[in-house]
Design a protein around this ligand. Structure first.
Ligand SMILES: Cc1ncc(COP(=O)(O)O)c(C=O)c1O
Length: 395
């Protein structure tokens, strides 16, 4: 085999997720797109806000030397300034333009920060269930992933996190609102987490950074409130994007916010700027930087996602599924009615319903439903969800 062993193993590890995806493609081909209810991908389908389109049209008219040229690796100063002001409002901190590095989505931002921070074999704690790409992002940069399971309520388990901290712990990644659970971390949890990280950083004699992965922070339902982790723990690095709240996943635009109060802020900013360059991003896309700077407060119509959550949640609860009600993001993470979540996902597939097993997020016994789909897809899927549930009742 001529490809890297590492990559070969990584492809193998994620191969069953690919298998689910391929099954979906096959079913769609065989039975028609409109027969298959595809809840497998978190690809936002709501149209971007009108405000975004207007600004995009305006910015697209701009011409002149270097309008599409290279720029400082951290991004346009004016865009970084606008993001800093936005973050100051959101978090009550004191970001300035230099604390912001524009990134190629949250995924690009996470890779830049991990590359900036990690020495070989440094440990990064993730809270299961989690967005499984973290595994690859951590190993990309020589780190070691350490899993801390969440509580039965799908929230961080402080004791479990404490037990996983060692002298090699460099960072903890959190994601609120969460993919795949839709849970939002409360003020109390964030305060306890901050106390723990402060105490343990002292114990191990080096700072544990909190990497706050925030692409869903504006997708919040009911009267729930988003609490920015940096308000509670100063050694927080924000990684966010416009993929979900502006439905710009394919445009690859996001940012990193390095709190001015953070330990070694200046060297982390320098490292992240350098890593943006050497990872081959060079800089985040120019046109999108100019556009998002002008629409930072815009949002897709969140009420549409909420209607879908309500429709799905209420229908599945009526059938008998057990679900910890999501408060944000666009995922439902029900318990599988049988222990083997992969087997249950296959049963759903037979009913033309595509979901992702919890095992894919390191939480067995659950499955994830992504409701980036039209209401009619949800409506026509309910019967299949019911049949699958009934089918396994006596197993
Ligand atoms: C938790 C989480 N983090 C990061 C990402 C990557 O986001 P982006 O498209 O902005 O790179 C995703 C995408 O689905 C996600 O769910």
């Amino acid at each position: 085999m001529s490809i890297s062993k590492n990559i070969e193993n990584s492809i193998k590890k994620s191969s069953w997720i690919r298998k689910m995806f391929e099954t979906g493609v096959r079913l769609k081909k065989e039975f028609g797109e409109d027969k298959i209810n595809d809840f497998s991908l978190g690809n936002p389908d709501l149209i971007s806000p009108q405000e975004f389109n207007s600004v995009l049209n305006e910015e697209a008219q701009t011409s002149g030397s270097f309008v599409h040229g290279y720029m400082p690796n951290g991004g346009y100063l004016s865009t970084r300034q606008a993001v800093a002001e936005y973050l100051n409002q959101e978090t009550g901190q004191n970001y300035s333009a230099q604390n912001i590095i524009m990134s190629v989505g949250a995924a690009g931002g996470l890779n830049v920060i991990l590359k900036s921070l990690l020495n070989p074999d440094d440990e990064v704690i993730v809270i299961a269930p989690y967005f499984v790409e973290y595994d690859f992002y951590i190993t990309n940069h020589g780190g070691k992933k350490i899993i801390a399971d969440s509580t039965c309520d799908l929230l961080p388990d402080l004791k479990e996190i404490e037990a996983k901290i060692t002298t090699k712990t460099k960072a903890l990644i959190i994601n609120t609102p969460n993919n795949p659970t839709g849970k939002i971390y409360s003020k109390e949890i964030l305060q306890e987490l901050s106390d723990l990280l402060t105490r343990k950083s002292k114990d191990i004699g080096s700072t544990i950074y909190l990497l706050s992965d925030e692409p869903y922070k504006k997708i919040i339902y009911d009267n729930n409130q988003y609490h920015s982790p940096v308000k509670f723990y100063k050694n927080t690095i924000i990684i966010s994007s416009f993929s979900k709240d502006l439905s710009l996943a394919g445009e690859r635009i996001g940012y990193i916010g390095i709190n001015p109060q953070i330990k070694d802020a200046e060297s982390i900013i320098n490292a992240a700027t350098f890593c943006t360059r050497i990872l081959g991003f060079v800089n985040a896309p120019a046109l999108m930087q100019r556009v998002v700077a002008r629409v930072l407060s815009a949002n897709v119509d969140i009420s549409k996602y909420q209607q879908r959550r309500d429709l799905l949640y209420n229908s599945l609860i009526d059938i008998g599924y057990k679900i910890n009600k999501p408060e944000g993001a666009f995922y439902l993470f029900p318990e599988s009615p049988i222990e083997d979540d992969v087997a249950f996902v296959r049963i759903l597939q037979e009913k033309f319903i595509l979901t992702t097993p919890g095992s894919g997020f390191h939480r067995k016994g659950h499955f994830r439903i992504s409701y980036c789909v039209e209401n009619k897809v949800i409506e026509r899927s309910i019967d299949g969800f019911r049949k699958a549930f009934q089918e396994v009742q006596n197993k």
